[in-house]
Design a protein around this ligand. Structure first.
Ligand code: C2E
Ligand code: MG
Ligand code: MG
Length: 607
C-alpha cells in the first residue's frame, strides 16, 4: 500500500479515514434498506473490528443482525426499527454478541445519512462499549436494593417484588402472604452487648430466616430488627401459619453473639392478599399492625432468664408468654383508627380537666394497715364514661402528651396524699405511689420537675415512691443509672413495676438503688394454681429479700393467694382482695376505718 503523501493527508477524505481508524468508538455504515432482506453493512471502522472481533471482509455485505443473539432485547430492537422507519435517529443500549459469542453491552447512536434530495441513503451507527459501566450500574443497583449488613433485599426491592407478585395474582388467581417479623427486645441486646454483637445477631437471624423459606420466597430487612417475608402462590392460610411457626422455632434456638449465648423471641404479623386491589405498602402496613397485636398479646416473660441468672433452679418450669404470630383482621384497622381519634380527644381532655386519679391501697400483711396509695389515672370521658389507662396511656405516650398528664397526676396525688396525711396521722405517714411512663422517665429535667412539685405540695420526698416499669429501666442501663441517681438524690423512693415481664439484669438491679420490686400480677394470679408461678413468685420474694428490697405482689385477688404470700413471708401486697382503685371520696372513708379499726383488714381477713 502506498503511503499517502503529506499533501494528501491534509485533504479531508484522508483526514476522515485516519480519524475513523483512530477513534475508540465502533462505526458502522449500512444501506438504508429497511424491508427484507434488510440493511447491509457497507463500512466498518477499526474500532468496530476491535470491539467485535470481526474482520472488515467478514462483515461488509452482510446484515447487522449477525451482532444479535438470544439475549438481545426484542423490545429494544422493535423500537430501533420503528425509529428508523420514521427516519428518526435511535439512541439506546443493546446487548450484542462478538464473533466469539461473548456478550457485550453497547450504546448505539444511529442517524440517517441523506443525499442532496433529502432521501435517506445510509444509516451510520456509532457504538460505545458500556459493559463496564453496566457492571458498575448493576453493582449500584444491588446496593440500592439490598441491606448492606445482611445482604438481604431492602424495603424498596421488597415492595417491587410484592407488587410484581400481586400483579401476577391479578391475571391468575393465587394467594400471596406477607409476614412481618420483629425481634422482641432486640434493643436490650444492642444496649447490653454492644452494637457489634447486635449486628452479628442480625446477620445470623437473616441466615436462619432464609434457611426456613423456599428459594422462591423473599425475605427482606426493612428496619433495625424488622424483617418481612413474601410467600408467593401459597396453598392457604394454614401453610402460612406453618411457616410462621417454623420461623419462630428457628429463631428460638440459641444464638452466639458477642461471645455470649443468648436466646431471642420474635413476633410475627401476617396478612394474606389474593389480588393487587390493595397497594403493596398498604399490605405491609397491615402486616405491621398485626405484628404489634402479636407483640401485645405475647408480651414475653423473662422471669425464667432472670432466675437462671440468679442460679435459682427452675426444674420442670415451662416458659410462658411465648412469642407468637397474628393474622391481620379488619378489626385491627378499626383499632388503629380509634387510636387516631383518641389522640386528638386526649389533647382536649387535658384542657377540659377530664382526668381523675383513683387510688389503690398498699397493705401491710402484718398489721392490715394501709401503708400507702398507688395513683392510677382514669379518663372521665363525657360520652364513654370512665376510660381505663390501658386504653389511652400508650397513645398519650406516642404523642408525648403523657408528660403533661403525668405531671398533673403527680401534683394531684401529692396534694391529696398530703391532705390525708394531715387528716389521718399515723406513725408511718402514708406513702404516695406514682407511675412514671417511659417518655416521662426520659424527660430532660425530670428530677427538677419532681423537686418542684414536692416543694409546692410540701410532701416529704420519702413519702413519694415512683414506679417505673422493668422494661423502661432495663432499656438503656447507663442512662437509667444517671436518671435514677438524680431521682434518688431528691430523697424519693423508687419501685420497679411489673417486675418479671421485662429483661432484668441482676447486676443492674443491685446498682439501681431501687427500694421496691412490684411483682407483676400475672405471676400472682398463678399462686395456688401453677407450680411454675409458685416457684417464680417465691424466687422473686427471696431475691428481693437478698437485695434488701421490699417485694410487693400486685393483683392479689383471692384469700388463697394471700395465704401463699404470707407463707412466703411477704410483708406488703396490693390487689382487689383488699380494694379496687377508689375515687378520692371513697379513699377518705377507707382511711378513716383504717385509723379506727387498727387496720382495714383485721387479722381474721389476713390469716
Ligand atoms: P400498674 O402500675 O401495674 O397498676 C396496676 C394495675 O393493676 C391497675 O390497673 C390496677 O387497677 C390493676 N389491679 C390492681 N389490683 C388488681 C387485681 O387484684 N386484679 C386485677 N385484675 N387488676 C388489679 P389500671 O389502673 O388499669 O392501670 C394499668 C396501668 O396503667 C398501670 O399498671 C400503669 O402502668 C398505668 N398507669 C396508670 N396510671 C398511670 C399514670 O398516672 N401514669 C402512668 N405513666 N401510667 C399509669
Ligand atoms: Mg404501678
Ligand atoms: Mg404493675
Amino acid at each position: 500500500m502506498n503511503l499517502p503523501s503529506r499533501q494528501q493527508l491534509e485533504e479531508p477524505e484522508y483526514l476522515l479515514a485516519d480519524a475513523m481508524r483512530l477513534i475508540r468508538e465502533a462505526v458502522l455504515i449500512t444501506t438504508a434498506q429497511l424491508n427484507p432482506p434488510g440493511p447491509e453493512i457497507v463500512y466498518v471502522n477499526e474500532g468496530f473490528c476491535r470491539m467485535t472481533g470481526y474482520a472488515r471482509e467478514e462483515v461488509v455485505g452482510v446484515t447487522p443482525r449477525i451482532l444479535q443473539g438470544p439475549k438481545t432485547d426484542r423490545v429494544q430492537l422493535d423500537r430501533l426499527r420503528r425509529q428508523l422507519s420514521l427516519g428518526e435517529p435511535f439512541d439506546g443500549e443493546i446487548l450484542n454478541y462478538r464473533k466469539d459469542g461473548s456478550e457485550y453491552v453497547i450504546e448505539w447512536y444511529i442517524v440517517p445519512l441523506r443525499n442532496r434530495a433529502g432521501e435517506i441513503t445510509h444509516w451510520i451507527a456509532s457504538q460505545r462499549d458500556v459493559t463496564e459501566r453496566k457492571a458498575v450500574e448493576e453493582q449500584l443497583r444491588y446496593q440500592i436494593l439490598h441491606d448492606p449488613l445482611t445482604g438481604l433485599p431492602n424495603r424498596v426491592l421488597f415492595i417491587e417484588r410484592l407488587e410484581h407478585a400481586l400483579s401476577l395474582a391479578n391475571r391468575n388467581p393465587r394467594l400471596n402472604a406477607v409476614l412481618f417479623v420483629d425481634l422482641d427486645d432486640f434493643k436490650v441486646v444492642n444496649d447490653s452487648l454492644g452494637h457489634e454483637a447486635g449486628d452479628d445477631l442480625l446477620v445470623q437471624v437473616a441466615e436462619r430466616l432464609r434457611a426456613s423459606l423456599r428459594s422462591e420466597d423473599t425475605v427482606a430487612r426493612i428496619g433495625g430488627d424488622e424483617f418481612v417475608v413474601l410467600l408467593e402462590d401459597v396453598l392457604g392460610a394454614s401453610y402460612v401459619t406453618d411457616v410462621a411457626e417454623r420461623i419462630i422455632e428457628r429463631l428460638r434456638e440459641t444464638f452466639v453473639a458477642g461471645g455470649r449465648e443468648l436466646t431471642i423471641t420474635c413476633s410475627i404479623g401476617i396478612v394474606l392478599a389474593a389480588s393487587s386491589r390493595e397497594p403493596a405498602r398498604e399490605l405491609l402496613r397491615k402486616a405491621d399492625i398485626a405484628m404489634y397485636e402479636a407483640k401485645r398479646k405475647g408480651k414475653t416473660h423473662f422471669a425464667r432468664e432472670l432466675l437462671r441468672k440468679a442460679d435459682i433452679a427452675m426444674s420442670g418450669a415451662k416458659g410462658r408468654g411465648r412469642a407468637r404470630y397474628q393474622m391481620f383482621d379488619p378489626g385491627m384497622n378499626a383499632r388503629t383508627l380509634k387510636r387516631l381519634r383518641l389522640k386528638s380527644a386526649l389533647r382536649r381532655a387535658l384542657v377540659r380537666e377530664e382526668f381523675v386519679v383513683h387510688y389503690q391501697p398498699k397493705v401491710s400483711l402484718k398489721t392490715g394497715n394501709i401503708l400507702g396509695l398507688e395513683a392510677l389515672v382514669r379518663w372521665e370521658h363525657p360520652e364513654y364514661g370512665l376510660v381505663p389507662p390501658s386504653e389511652f396511656i400508650s397513645v398519650a405516650e406516642d404523642t408525648g402528651l403523657i408528660v403533661d398528664i403525668g405531671r398533673w397526676v403527680l401534683k394531684e396525688t401529692c396534694v391529696q396524699v398530703r391532705l390525708w396525711q394531715d387528716r389521718f396521722p399515723s406513725q408511718s405517714p402514708l406513702q404516695a405511689n406514682v407511675n412514671l411512663s417511659a417518655r416521662q422517665f426520659h424527660q430532660p429535667d425530670l428530677a427538677g420537675d419532681i423537686a418542684e412539685v414536692l416543694e409546692e405540695t410540701n410532701l416529704d420526698p420519702q413519702n413519694l415512691e415512683l414506679e417505673i416499669t422493668e422494661t423502661v429501666v432495663m432499656e438503656d442501663a447507663r442512662a437509667t443509672l444517671l436518671i435514677l441517681g438524680a431521682l434518688k438524690s431528691l430523697g424519693v423512693r423508687l419501685a420497679i413495676d411489673d417486675f418479671g415481664t421485662g429483661y432484668s439484669s441482676l447486676a443492674y438491679l443491685k446498682r439501681f438503688s431501687v427500694d421496691t420490686l412490684k411483682i407483676d400480677r400475672l405471676f400472682v394470679a398463678g399462686l395456688g394454681e401453677s407450680a411454675e408461678d409458685e416457684v417464680i413468685v417465691a424466687a422473686m420474694i427471696g431475691l428481693a429479700r437478698d437485695l434488701n428490697l421490699t417485694a410487693i405482689p400486685e393483683g392479689v385477688e383471692t384469700f388463697e393467694q394471700l395465704r401463699r404470700l404470707r407463707e412466703l413471708r411477704c410483708d406488703v401486697a396490693q390487689g382487689f382482695y383488699f380494694s379496687k382503685p377508689l375515687p378520692t371520696e371513697e379513699v377518705g372513708a377507707l382511711l378513716r376505718r383504717n385509723l379506727l379499726g387498727g387496720g382495714s383488714w383485721g387479722s381474721q381477713n389476713l390469716s
